[in-house]
Write a protein that binds this ligand. Sequence first.
Ligand SMILES: Nc1ncnc2c1ncn2[C@@H]1O[C@H](COP(=O)(O)OP(=O)(O)OP(=O)(O)O)[C@@H](O)[C@H]1O
Length: 325
Amino acid sequence: MISVEGLHKSFKVAKRSTGLMQAAKALFVREFTEVHALNHVSFTIQPGEIVGYIGPNGAGKSTTIKMLSGILVPDGGTCSVMGYTPWKERVPYVKHIGVVFGQRTQLWWDVPVMDSFELLRDIYKVPQKEYKDNVELLVNTLELHSIVRTPVRQLSLGQRMRCEIAASLLHSPQILFLDEPTIGLDAISKIAVRQFIKTINKEKGVTVILTTHDMNDIEALADRILLIGKGSLLFDGKLNSLRSRFGTRKTITADYRETSIRPDIPGTEIVSWTPERATLSVNTEQANISEVIGQLSAQVELLDLAVEAYPVEEIIVQLYREYQI
Ligand SMILES: Nc1ncnc2c1ncn2[C@@H]1O[C@H](COP(=O)(O)OP(=O)(O)OP(=O)(O)O)[C@@H](O)[C@H]1O
C-alpha cells in the first residue's frame, strides 16, 4: 500500500548571530547550514497495518509524514501510496488519505465545527448518504455532540483534537496519517482516541501511520515500529520482538528513607534517582531479582518496593541509547 524508497530531504537554514552589527552584516552576506532532515529512508507498509513512527525531536518524522501526504517534495527518492506519487498527484490522491497534524488545524477557526465538516464534504465531494453516516458515527464515537456547534477558536485543545480526527475521516479514507494525535489530551480523551483508532482500523481496515512521543499510544496501538533518528531509519520491526529482546529486563522502583547514596548493584542500571526514590533496570540474565532486592535493602532503608516487567517507554529509551540518538 505504501512503498518508500530512498527518500531524502535537506533544508538550508540561515545562520544568524546575535547583535546589531551581525544583523546588519547578514543583510549583505548570508551564511547557510544544511540540515539533513531525511537520509535515504526506505520502508513498505501493508494494508491494515498500524505503524508507530517514532524517534526523538528533530528526527525527521513530520518531514516524512508531510511527504507521504503530498505537502512536501523530497530532494530525491520515490514514494508510491496506493499507486500515487503523493506530491505529484495531490488532487486525486488526497481523496484516499486522512491527515491529522496535532499542532495544526484543518478546521476553519471562526465557524462552528459542523460548518467546517460541511465545507470538507464539498471539497472532497463526499456523497450525502456516506457523509451523513460518517458524521453520525464520528460524532457518537468521539463524543462530539456538545461541541459541533461551537466555533473552533472556542474549543479546548482536547476538544479540537477530537474534531480534527473526525474531520480527517469524513471522506472515508483508506489511510490515516496521524502526527501526534494525542498531544495535549487528558487521560480519558487519550483512551477514547486510541480506542477509536483501533476501531476504525479493525472495522474499516484503515491503515494507520502514527507519530507520537507518547509510548502508551505505541503500546496500545502499534504492532510495528519504525524508529528514525537523525534522518535515518534505524529499526523496523514488531513491538513484540523488541519486548522479547528486552524481556530479560525488569524494573525495580524503590522508595527509601532520604539518603545521598545511589544504589550500586551489579547487573543493574539506574534509570532515575532522587534522594527518596530510585528506579533500577535489572538484567535478569546477570542478576537475580531477590539478590538485587537484598543488596538494595543493605544499601538504603527501604520503605516500599515494586517490581515490574520492562515498560515500553524504557524499551524505547534503550533503543535510543543503543542507536545513540
Ligand atoms: N521548513 C524547514 N526548514 C528548515 N529546517 C527544517 C524544516 N522542517 C524541518 N526542518 C529540520 O529538519 C529536521 C527534522 O524535522 P522534523 O520536523 O521532521 O522532526 P520530527 O521528528 O517531526 O521532530 P519532533 O518530534 O520535534 O516533532 C529538524 O532538524 C528540523 O529542524
